[in-house]
Design a protein around this ligand. Structure first.
Ligand code: NAD
Length: 432
């Protein structure tokens, strides 16, 4: 199939590459000329495990190309994916300006029956708006499909090649058939394609993200309660997860959820409810807990040290989660801003997110090439992202480098009793 992808970010680039890898002819379009120039030269602007190799292979085999010119890419395409950003608007709603502007350009460029797919996360009713915008500018036949993306950054290729499910919201049999053919190679392992109407598909994406965010905030509340009552959240988590109705995933307390999706999607869902006269109180509470949680580590440090003025802290992990360089809404930013505001100095290490961090935090902190370097003379270490390389460090070396052996572990990656044995003052979340 001939496919055009509009928006070559985390989602568009992964989707385009994976569709090319299953034999389709894919053109990825972006308005960011620098990004496209980089991709044309074989450089990948984001960090995603395995992506660079796969892009190289598919560009070499001429199934995948990159351009800033939308019109020719769309004119040849049978399926056009809109995968542009849907950032938070002024009142928390999703800002649709990029989606609708892309839709209009797509409408003007279409030359034959085209399936236009909303891949971006968009509020209920957007497919209707996209249909309206395109109808205004073309006589060509088309269908609009909602096909939300569920990939996780850091495991995006695996998620795309072997999705738990593919959700396709479509109102026409013709479009359903095209989408079914396109996704057939990805669902051979009996993972289902779930066909539904566009509104249900749009809401499914938000409901799924809101559910995951709810589990995180719920566990963060339980972790705080554990600390107050002298329980250990790790036992509680295991005891809960063993119940099949609950299950283990997403029951880990932490420093709050971040990233480009959960915070904005929860807000957008609350805004959609409000637009319909419905106050989604549960999700408001999920957000409040998350805001509190992002401050927890700095509060623990204040309680421990009294004043943070003039102290030096090491931070391990800047990306909002491991295996990505994405720092959108990353808890690390809140932790570091909190420390700086209290007069502390920060040295940080992240295996891949330093380049992003320099854009977000500038030179207000020191960046180190290796994790241990950040510990030199540090009053304490903050573990903010649970990168694998932080899980089994040389604790003796750490102790020797630090001014005082104190660890605030925002991801509970170490065992509290072992840390005590090793001579650390160790503070996790909800641990005994
Ligand atoms: P991104 O910001 O990384 O990429 C969006 C790209 O679209 C940018 O490169 C931008 O230059 C480009 N763009 C904007 N307007 C354009 C236009 N008119 N024509 C061509 N290109 C245009 O965003 P992302 O993280 O890939 O997310 C895209 C959408 O997918 C969002 O709605 C997001 O919520 C959703 N989503 C993201 C993830 C994720 O993990 N990042 C997962 C699932 C869904």
């Amino acid at each position: 199939m001939h496919i055009a992808i509009i928006g070559t970010g985390y989602v568009g680039l992964v989707a385009g590459t994976c569709f090319a890898d299953s034999g389709n002819d894919v053109v990825c379009v972006d308005i960011d000329a620098r990004k496209i120039a980089q991709l044309q030269q074989g450089e990948v602007p984001i960090y995603e495990p395995g992506l660079e190799e796969l892009i190289r292979k598919n560009t070499r085999d001429r199934r995948l190309s990159f351009t800033t010119e939308l019109a020719p890419a769309v004119a040849h395409a049978q399926v056009v994916f809109i995968a542009v950003g849907t950032p938070e608007g002024e009142s928390g709603e999703a800002d649709l300006q990029y989606v609708l502007s892309a839709a209009e350009q797509v409408g003007r460029a279409m030359r034959q029956y085209t399936v236009v797919v909303d891949k971006s996360t968009v509020p209920v009713g957007t497919a209707d708006k996209v249909r309206e915008v395109i109808s205004r500018v073309t006589e060509v036949e088309f269908d609009v499909v909602s096909n939300p993306e569920f990939l996780k950054e850091g495991a995006a290729l695996d998620d795309f090649f072997k999705p738990d499910r593919v959700v396709i919201g479509a109102e026409s049999e013709r479009a359903r058939k095209v989408m079914g053919q396109l996704y057939a190679p990805f669902v051979r392992t009996e993972h289902p394609i779930l066909y539904m109407d566009t509104r249900s598909a749009e809401l499914t994406k938000y409901a799924a993200n809101a559910m995951l965010a709810t589990r995180i905030s719920f566990m963060n509340d339980i972790a705080v309660l554990c600390e107050r009552v002298g329980a250990d959240v790790d036992f509680v988590r295991k005891g809960m997860g063993a119940d099949k109705r609950i299950g283990y995933p997403f029951l880990f307390p932490g420093v709050g959820y971040g990233g480009s999706c959960f915070p904005k999607d929860v807000k957008a869902l609350v805004a959609k409810g409000r637009e319909q006269g419905l106050e989604l109180d549960l999700l408001r509470a999920v957000e409040r807990t998350n805001e509190r949680q992002k401050k927890v580590l700095v509060q623990k440090a204040l309680k421990h040290f009294g004043s943070l003025e003039g102290r030096t802290f090491a931070v391990w992990g800047l990306a909002f989660k491991p295996k990505t360089d994405d720092m959108r809404e990353a808890p690390s930013v809140e932790v570091i801003e909190g420390l700086l505001a209290k007069g502390a100095k920060v040295a940080a290490h992240d295996p891949v997110a330093e380049r992003t961090a320099r854009r977000v935090l500038g030179d207000r902190i020191r960046y180190t090439n290796v994790p241990y370097e950040a510990l030199e003379g540090a009053d304490a270490l903050f573990v903010v992202t649970e990168w694998n390389e932080f899980r089994h460090p040389d604790f003796d070396r750490m102790k020797a480098l630090m001014k005082s052996p104190v660890i605030f572990d925002g991801r509970n990656i170490y065992d509290p009793s072992r840390m005590r044995e090793l001579g650390f003052t160790y503070m996790g979340l909800g641990r005994k």
